[in-house]
Design a protein around this ligand. Sequence first.
Ligand SMILES: *[C@@H]1O[C@H](CO)[C@@H](O)[C@H](O)[C@H]1NC(C)=O
Ligand SMILES: *[C@@H]1O[C@H](CO)[C@@H](O)[C@H](O)[C@H]1NC(C)=O
Ligand SMILES: *[C@@H]1O[C@H](CO)[C@@H](O)[C@H](O)[C@H]1NC(C)=O
Ligand SMILES: *[C@@H]1O[C@H](CO)[C@@H](O)[C@H](O)[C@H]1NC(C)=O
Ligand SMILES: *[C@@H]1O[C@H](CO)[C@@H](O)[C@H](O)[C@H]1NC(C)=O
Ligand SMILES: *[C@@H]1O[C@H](CO)[C@@H](O)[C@H](O)[C@H]1NC(C)=O
Ligand SMILES: *[C@@H]1O[C@H](CO)[C@@H](O)[C@H](O)[C@H]1NC(C)=O
Ligand SMILES: *[C@@H]1O[C@H](CO)[C@@H](O)[C@H](O)[C@H]1NC(C)=O
Ligand SMILES: *[C@@H]1O[C@H](CO)[C@@H](O)[C@H](O)[C@H]1NC(C)=O
Ligand SMILES: *[C@@H]1O[C@H](CO)[C@@H](O)[C@H](O)[C@H]1NC(C)=O
Ligand SMILES: *[C@@H]1O[C@H](CO)[C@@H](O)[C@H](O)[C@H]1NC(C)=O
Ligand SMILES: *[C@@H]1O[C@H](CO)[C@@H](O)[C@H](O)[C@H]1NC(C)=O
Length: 772
Amino acid sequence: MFTLLVFPFFFLNFTIANVTASSMLPLCHDDERSALLQFKESRISGDFYAWKFDCRPTMASWKPEEGSVDCCSWDGVHCNKNTGHVIKLDLSHSCLFGSIDSSSSLFKLVHLEWLNLALNDFNSSEIPPEIINLSRLSYLNLSGTSLSGQIPSEILKLSNLVSLDLSLNDVPGGRLELQKPSFVKLVEKLSNLKTLDLGDVCIQSTIPHNIINLSSLTFVSLRNCELQDVLLTSWKNLEHLSLSSNRLSVLTKATSNTTSKKHQYIKLRSCNLTKFPNFLESQHHLVVLDLSDNRIRGKVPKWLLDPNMQNLIGLNLSHNLLTGFDQHPVFLPGNKGGLVTFDLSSNNLQGPLPVPPPGTINYLASNNSLTGEIPSWICNLNFLKSLILSHNNLSGLLPQCLSNFSDELSVLDLRGNNFFGTIPNTFLKESRLSVIDLSHNLFQGRIPRSLINCSKLEFLGLGNNQISDTFPSWLGTLPNLNVLILRSNIFYGIIEEPRTDCGFSKLRIIDLSNNRFTGTLPSKSFLCWNAMKIVNTSELRYLQDVLFPYGQVSNNVVSTYDYSMTMNSKGRMMTYKKIPDILAGIILSNNRFDGAIPASIANLKGLQVLNLHNNNLQDHNPSCLGNLTNLESLDLSDNKISGRIPQQLVELTFLEFFNVSDNYLTGPIPQGKQFATFDNTSFDGNSGLCGRPLSKGCESDEAPTNEDHNEGSEESLFSSASDWKIILTGYAGGLVAGLVLGCNFSTGIIGWILEKLGTQQKATRRRRRRRN
Ligand SMILES: *[C@@H]1O[C@H](CO)[C@@H](O)[C@H](O)[C@H]1NC(C)=O
Ligand SMILES: *[C@@H]1O[C@H](CO)[C@@H](O)[C@H](O)[C@H]1NC(C)=O
Ligand SMILES: *[C@@H]1O[C@H](CO)[C@@H](O)[C@H](O)[C@H]1NC(C)=O
Ligand SMILES: *[C@@H]1O[C@H](CO)[C@@H](O)[C@H](O)[C@H]1NC(C)=O
Ligand SMILES: *[C@@H]1O[C@H](CO)[C@@H](O)[C@H](O)[C@H]1NC(C)=O
Ligand SMILES: *[C@@H]1O[C@H](CO)[C@@H](O)[C@H](O)[C@H]1NC(C)=O
Ligand SMILES: *[C@@H]1O[C@H](CO)[C@@H](O)[C@H](O)[C@H]1NC(C)=O
Ligand SMILES: *[C@@H]1O[C@H](CO)[C@@H](O)[C@H](O)[C@H]1NC(C)=O
Ligand SMILES: *[C@@H]1O[C@H](CO)[C@@H](O)[C@H](O)[C@H]1NC(C)=O
Ligand SMILES: *[C@@H]1O[C@H](CO)[C@@H](O)[C@H](O)[C@H]1NC(C)=O
Ligand SMILES: *[C@@H]1O[C@H](CO)[C@@H](O)[C@H](O)[C@H]1NC(C)=O
Ligand SMILES: *[C@@H]1O[C@H](CO)[C@@H](O)[C@H](O)[C@H]1NC(C)=O
């Protein structure tokens, strides 16, 4: 009874007290409010920028009006509860653009203790010496802000700094430099640092000896700082050390005392190393070791494979000149319970596949000279997420367990080996496989029917094997299948039309070339392939998988597996190291298809590549192709197509490659626009064709109609219009596209930043999507 009475009373009391307290909080100070508003006004921000960078316009909520005078409640602003002074400002990734100089009102916020301006664009400004006004800062983050020039010596006065991040400031317009003051001075004065990230800052010195005095330091990243030599005695109790992308051909070992044994994260990527650094020998606490992209030769030493390395979760030795291992058989180290990523790819490793511990989640050993079979111990790797052994000299039968040993397996890439026999047929319902690439091997038999269980499958590459089967219409039920490559096998028979349910609704790339398919083209299927009907203009994405990142500490640990393929397009085998998800292609060349090109193909408006070369198609004037306004490559050569070349094809303004040679076409060649860019090889072997570019003129009654040649030559300037299109849509979404289709495009400052950030953002988004 007592509690019943007291409780509501107590509660009421409490609430009142609370309300009074909050209404008594001091509002923000006028001078600080106007300083904030002034800072806002000096920036160009807003929609345009948000659209470009996918950033969050934090300052949009900052308004001078009555009703929002309490700047302490503004987005990103935090005040001291007692004094009302602004002590914390988080404007990271907030779409800020514009130079910053000594007059910036930011330096009036002298009570700031915490300032994050990361991932904005200060237009190559220098850090103004007025930074000295912010001497109370303990956290300063100016990462990725397009700052340049010497870091001012005034920064040395910020002696309260515990965390300093000046990384990612080397844009084409300049780079942050730390010479005057020197690195030694910085270390001397900022003695409270725990976290120091100077990645990409141009330092060009050795690591100063006095760094040993930074007794609290646990995280150091000095990647790409042009450091010349590193004396490793200096490091004590350091958990995270990244020295990637320096030129450390010499790594000096300790001469006074043995080095600390507590290193956990060591990143020496792209450091021009030629040997394994000796100091690693005693490092049994290693969590992540990245020695990738150096010039390390010879064998992997025994000590690196020490079973004592109980904490290891990531070992990257890729892109070196390693030939083998000091011991046999090779057991890779690692925490037996933990999850480990090994990347041994792109070396010259010979001999059998090294054995990783059972907790392995990513195993990459592609592009080596490994031999032998995939041993059955692989069946013990029950957590494996990706197995990437492409481009080796492995052979033998695949172990039967390979399709069912891990519920987690999402990437199985065995392309370019000598495996033979049938593909195991035990894919389970639980399968998470999104990529199966078994192309360029010697597999025989049929496509395993249990693949129907792989509902997550996006990419199936079985090209260049000896598989003998009919067209797998049953794969049409796989809801996510994007890419189907069956090229160069012994597939035969007709392509069965879907009876009731439409299938392959996500399919964007189908390559059935070099097989023995017969019958007519699947006109009803063309109505089903919904993904090819879409002209995708949204944000550019690539088809890829995020490999489990090892270590959450630094920003460059996420890596991706990019889906890749070759495809006969634009008259040659094109290699796509990455597949943009807007790409759509149908490759049916070198088969025995007959009949007409079905009009239903006109629905596939997103189609960019159509290759029907070398079949028995007998169409007469296939004008439906004029509807495929996104086509970049159209190959109808070596068929029995007759009649005129449809005038409508002149409207295909992205058409870069066109081949109708060796058919029975007659009449005048359409003129103008893209057609002005094709030479006679596009039209050869049609005795009835006339007009430019052929030397044979047309009779007056068959004179070509559309005669706008000037327009034509203008179009030809944009002969790779599609590449431009891709690049631009890439920007629209805030991702990089400079590398698409081998297009070497100077991306400028924005592109550069995006390139630096792109991978990370994509990964984050992908993860977010997975979680949802
Ligand atoms: C960016 O810098 C350039 C060159 O210093 C200058 O002309 C331009 O006004 C600056 N833009 C902004 C928005 O600060
Ligand atoms: C620096 O702080 C002082 C107050 O301590 C202030 O008067 C001055 O205007 C500030 N400088 C700038 C450039 O804002
Ligand atoms: C700096 O800010 C960026 C973006 O918010 C963040 O990724 C990075 O971890 C921060 N650096 C530090 C040292 O906190
Ligand atoms: C470390 O600091 C002490 C005292 O501040 C100083 O005497 C010593 O020289 C410093 N060590 C180095 C290597 O700079
Ligand atoms: C060498 O390091 C050990 C701990 O690793 C320490 O106990 C010892 O004092 C050091 N010796 C010298 C000479 O610094
Ligand atoms: C790498 O180191 C070698 C010496 O070992 C040197 O000749 C070469 O110039 C260095 N390369 C780079 C890019 O620094
Ligand atoms: C394959 O490895 C060699 C070195 O062994 C390297 O030069 C080449 O770039 C690698 N290829 C790929 C595709 O990574
Ligand atoms: C690959 O292995 C086969 C035997 O399986 C052998 O004949 C061939 O020489 C090897 N190729 C290379 C490049 O090692
Ligand atoms: C995987 O398939 C093999 C061969 O059919 C079978 O013996 C094994 O029990 C299967 N494993 C699992 C986990 O289903
Ligand atoms: C699909 O997987 C289940 C087990 O998850 C299995 O029983 C079934 O046979 C598989 N389907 C095919 C067609 O193999
Ligand atoms: C290993 O390093 C290479 C080159 O530095 C990098 O491209 C790759 O993504 C790294 N592997 C993993 C799994 O992170
Ligand atoms: C193809 O284009 C013609 C003429 O522009 C149009 O009438 C027809 O509806 C289009 N067909 C499809 C399937 O879009």
